[in-house]
Ligand binder design. Sequence first.
Ligand code: AG3
Length: 270
Amino acid sequence: MNTWFTELQTHNVSLGLKMEDVLWHEKTPYQELAVLETEAYGRMLVLDGAIQTTASDEFVYHEMIAHVPLLLHSKPRKVAVIGGGDGGAIREILRHPGIEEAHLIEIDEKVMEASKRFFPEIAVGLEDDRAHIHFTDGIAWVKQAKDFDVILVDSTDPVGPAEGLFVPEFYQSIYDALSDGGIMVAQSESPFLEPDIIRRVMDGVSRSFPVTRLYLASVPTYPSGLWSFTLGAKNTLPAPRQVPLKTRYWTPDIQKSCFHLPGFVEELIR
Ligand code: AG3
C-alpha cells in the first residue's frame, strides 16, 4: 500500500506519513476522528485532520504536560485535565504519589472510546479509582470547579471546539478554580509556526497569574517538531520536588532545562 496521510499544518507546511491502515474513521458530533496505522510512528489519533498523538511519541507530550507542573507544586492532591480524552495526561498524573483525584473534562466521548479501544497503553489511567471522567464542556465546567491544585489544558489547536480554551476569560476561570499555590499549564503550539498563539496564550495567562513561564519539548509529529507549554502559577516557583518517576523523556535535568529558551523564543515572548 502506498497511501499517505498528510496533515496540512499551515497553509504552506504539511507533514506526510506513510499509512498502513485506517483503523477507525467517524464524524462525531464535535469533530472528525480517525485512527490510522503509520509505518514510522505506529498508531495515530487524528482530529479534524490534526495529529493529536502517536504511539511512538506520545510519551514526550504527556510526560511534559504533567510532570513539569506537578513537581513545582508543593503537594498536588486534586488535579484536572481539560481535554486530553485519550487519557495520556491522566496516566502520568496518577504516577505521582499523593494524588487523590484526577478529573478529566472531555467534550467528545468518542475520543475516549477510541483511545480505550486502540491505545490501551495511553488510556490505562482512565480505569483508575482516582480518575473522574466528565463528558462536558471544559469552559462551563471550570467555572464551577474549586480547590484544584493543578489544572492542565490538553487541548486541540485553537480552532473549532477548542477556541474558547485560548482566551483570557478562560484562564481567569482556571485561576479561580485553583487553590492557593495552584498551577496551570496549557499546551501553546509551535514557536516556529504559531508564534502569535504563544504570545496570545502568554499574554492571556499573565493577565491572571503573577508568574507565567514558557517551556519547550520536542514532539516530532506536531507542527515543526518543537512544542510549547505555558505555565501560570499563583506563587513564585520553588525548586522542583524530587520524586522517582519512570519516564522516557522527562528527567530531573529536563525539568529545569525546559525553561531555558532559545534566543528567538525568548524574543518572541518578550
Ligand atoms: N493535544 C495537542 C495537539 C496539537 C497538535 N496540533 C496539530 N497537530 N496541528 C494533544 C492531545 C494529546 N493528549
